[in-house]
Design a protein around this ligand. Structure first.
Ligand code: PGA
Length: 258
């Protein structure tokens, strides 16, 4: 069974509640044009999670949150727990996005705690990994990504890892207009799957989805999605307009490139 493609819209700190709901309602009307083997996920800011869940009720699309905190409750001003994310109706949650790692100083160890909290609450984590430009230029990209995976999955049992999604997002490609070539993306996706296989065994490694992210747009989506190794896309800037996000999701149905 091929893995269904997962197309996710990471809106970052964009869209008020009403803008998020308007997008979800407009997208909903066009969902029949999205290929059946493609799962669509909208990831608004926290305030938008519940309203977007309601706007998509009964539709073939799901909702995620952009972050979470690992403690269950308590004196953690400004933070949101996994149970709160779940209770708001989200099914997915981003963990370790590059803007959290590099902009907010999240370490690999922090990412591991967040991943454990997400899994503990029954959320599907989208674990983001990826190297910086200088790490790539130094030939360290596989080493960095494998380290991020190893720390994030410390102590995680294979059956618990199974539901997680990996998003390979080279830091130098995020929001820069510079996409990894499909060849480079495929090479890293193979390296990630090989790592998953070594850690969790072939059955679980085969079941787990690996998305690509970084300057994805309607023009480059079909080529990326035609690769067997690329199980979906995590889209930032190009997910803010319905037409553009829909164009990316529809590209999952395009004929594979040769
Ligand atoms: P981008 O962002 O598509 O704007 O490069 C991707 C991401 O940060 O997930």
């Amino acid at each position: 069974m091929p893995r269904p493609k997962l197309i996710a819209a990471n809106w970052k700190m964009n869209k008020t509640i009403s803008e998020a709901v308007a997008f979800a309602s407009e997208l909903r009307a066009s969902l029949p044009s999205v290929p059946a083997h493609c799962d669509v996920v909208l990831i608004p800011a926290f305030f938008g999670v519940r309203p977007v869940v309601d706007a998509l009720a009964g539709a073939r699309a799901w909702v995620g949150a952009q972050d979470l905190y690992w403690e269950k409750s308590g004196a953690f001003t400004g933070e949101v727990s996994a149970d709160m994310v779940k209770d708001a109706g989200a099914m997915y949650v981003l963990v370790g996005h590059s803007e959290r790692r590099h902009g907010m100083g999240e370490t690999d160890a922090v990412v591991a705690k967040k991943l454990a909290a997400a899994m503990g609450a029954g959320l599907t984590a989208i674990l983001c990994v990826g190297e910086t430009l200088s790490e790539r230029e130094g030939g360290l990209e596989a080493h960095v990504v494998e380290r991020q995976l190893a720390v994030a999955f410390t102590g995680v049992a294979p059956d618990d890892a199974r539901a997680s999604v990996i998003a390979y997002e080279p830091v130098w490609a995020i929001g820069t207009g510079r996409t990894a070539s499909p060849g480079d993306a495929v090479a890293m996706h193979r390296a990630i799957r090989a790592w998953l296989q070594g850690r969790f065994g072939p059955v679980i490694a085969k079941a787990m989805r690996i998305q690509y992210g970084g300057s994805v747009n309607p023009a480059n989506a079909a080529d990326l999605l035609s690769r067997d190794e690329i199980d979906g896309l995590l889209v930032g800037g190009a997910s803010l307009e319905v037409a553009s996000f829909l164009g990316i999701a529809q590209a999952a149905g395009a004929a594979p490139a040769d």
